[in-house]
Design a protein around this ligand. Structure first.
Ligand SMILES: Cc1cc2nc3c(=O)[nH]c(=O)nc-3n(C[C@H](O)[C@H](O)[C@H](O)COP(=O)(O)OP(=O)(O)OC[C@H]3O[C@@H](n4cnc5c(N)ncnc54)[C@H](O)[C@@H]3O)c2cc1C
Ligand code: SF4
Length: 478
């Protein structure tokens, strides 16, 4: 029924209406859309066969009780569905929007496995919590009893925020330190707004503030305040700083203008959407409008760059990746989205150098083929000699992945043990690091990973920190 109304609405007259008519039309659309979304969510939820072997749940890092909240949605019991969904997930509407569901819950749905197309679990999860926000069911997690103990969280990304929420609900005094001017980490400045609308992130941060979480922004730990000073001020510390050191490109011309880092490019675009002044965007350096754009890399960050460039009005967008489609790390769903939007994927290619005067005008592209599988089972790319060609380009975006910064050196704490990859070494069950009372979560432990894993880590670490704070030694140290 709502589907029919929606169709009717979009196919009716598109003549330029008066302002009043346009406002009315917008309101009508909002109402029809709400009905349409409700109908679709119930329809999808009722497709769940309640199979009794919920692989979807086991393959969700948070082990969300998916079959039960689908059943509640199918029968119109939305508030109960919301209560159940938020019991295991701090930010369900965010995961519903940006989890790579094809690799997690939906990829393991029994209906998908039997060839009938997955239940769209992520979309239903998003619908349930968006409705909860609309209806006022999402309330700040204010504690019943306040405690004197305080915890510092370094990094306001999803890992840090999930821990902040759980600790604050337990009455702990929580201070979150972040070097950016807004909280949210990559939710705010990395992931583009067309995948995750920024008001959806900001309303969560406002709720944490309303619950009593203190944010100290524009504060780089190791520069504006020392790690030791933070340890001295708080009873426990959680490190949730993510990974930000971009892998770089080498070769002739790699230093030319117009060759930029993916995160600089995406951050500029996200800042513009907040209405910030971004001189490097306004000068054109970080703006793809009217340009021939070449993105180098095969992960989800590369996918976000190509899709952002399309939206900025690039004249062409090409992605160079040294393996083929089946061997790329990025989500296949994202590749399909990008292809539908007009992105040209140039598989089995790698940059050998760059041409141009001051600014880049082309990429020297080497052609590759896949050789025998390496130790990890992935087939390694091999160079095809003599097949190079020049790809014209005005903007080249490097999206080759991220590595951890050397925190023990930057923070002057050599006792903080790291792995050979530079990630913080910690106990995987408790998230305790080599320093007493110091815990770590998210990408700085796992390497570049996913939001849903950071949320899981943050929730688990909060439990461990609460146990630590309950020990007599921690109380005596106050
Ligand atoms: C472009 C891009 C797109 C992505 N898309 C997706 C997606 O669609 N789905 C998905 O699940 N995952 C996605 N990811 C991965 C996901 O964003 C991360 O796995 C997740 O954000 C990690 O959370 P975190 O809390 O560990 O760190 P982050 O989100 O990186 O947050 C770390 C915070 O720590 C702060 N910080 C760092 N050092 C300091 C310091 N010295 N002092 C103070 N503050 C500091 C940073 O400013 C930042 O705010 C994407 C990643 C990128 C780069
Ligand atoms: S949190 Fe992610 S993996 Fe888990 S049910 Fe939601 S969308 Fe699926």
């Amino acid at each position: 029924m709502a589907t029919q109304r929606m169709l009717q609405f979009v196919t009716t007259s598109k003549q330029m209406p008066s302002k009043r008519a346009a406002d009315e039309r917008r309101e009508d659309f909002a109402e029809i859309y709400r009905e349409f979304a409700a109908e679709k969510a119930a329809e999808q939820a009722s497709r769940c066969s309640q199979c009794g072997v919920p692989y979807c749940q086991t393959h969700c890092p948070l082990h969300n009780n998916i079959p039960d909240w689908l059943m509640l949605t199918a029968t119109g019991r939305l508030q109960e569905a919301y209560e159940l969904s938020q019991a295991t997930n701090t930010f369900p509407e965010i995961c519903g929007r940006i989890c790579p569901q094809d690799r997690l819950c939906e990829g393991n749905c029994v209906i998908e496995q039997s060839g009938h197309g997955t239940v769209t679990i992520g979309a239903v999860e998003k619908y349930i919590t968006d409705t909860a926000w609309e209806k006022g069911w999402v309330q700040p997690g204010k504690p019943m009893v306040e405690r004197d103990q305080s915890v510092a969280i370094i990094g306001a990304g999803p890992g840090g925020l999930a821990a902040a929420d759980a600790l604050r609900r337990a009455g702990v005094q929580v201070t979150v330190y972040d070097r950016y001017d807004r909280a949210g980490g990559l939710l705010t400045y990395g992931i583009p707004g067309f995948k995750l609308e920024k008001p959806v992130v900001m309303r969560r941060i406002e709720q944490l503030e309303a619950a009593g979480v203190q944010f100290v922004l524009n504060c780089t730990v190791g520069q504006d305040i020392s790690f030791d000073a933070i340890r001295g001020k708080h009873d426990a510390v959680l490190i949730a700083t993510g990974v930000y050191k971009s892998r770089d490109l080498e070769g002739p011309g790699a230093e030319l203008g117009g060759i930029v880092k993916a995160l600089d490019y995406l951050t500029a675009s996200n800042r513009k959407s907040f209405g910030d002044e971004v001189p490097n965007f306004d000068s054109g350096l970080l703006n793809a409008e009217g340009k021939r754009v070449v993105v180098i890399g095969g992960g989800d960050t590369a996918m976000d760059c190509v899709r952002t460039a399309v939206r900025q009005g690039a004249s062409s967008v090409k992605l160079l990746y040294r393996r083929d489609r089946d061997n790329m790390p990025g989500s296949q769903r994202e590749v399909q989205n990008a292809e539908e939007e007009g992105v040209d994927f140039v598989w089995l290619t790698a940059p050998a150098g760059f041409e141009g005067e001051d600014s880049v005008s082309g990429v020297v592209v080497q052609k590759m083929r896949l050789g025998t599988p390496d130790a990890s089972g992935r087939r390694s790319p091999e160079l095809i000699e003599g097949a190079d060609y020049l790809e014209p380009a005005d903007l080249v975006i490097k999206a080759l992945g991220f590595e951890p910064e050397a925190l023990p050196t930057l923070w002057g704490v050599p006792e903080l043990t790291v792995t050979r990859w530079g990630t913080i070494r910690c106990d995987h069950a408790t998230h305790a690091t080599s320093l007493p009372g110091v815990y770590a979560v998210g990408d700085i432990v796992r390497g570049a990973s996913l939001v849903v894993w950071a949320i899981r880590d943050g929730r688990e670490a909060a439990e461990s920190i609460l146990s630590y704070l309950a020990q007599p030694a921690a109380v005596a140290a106050e």
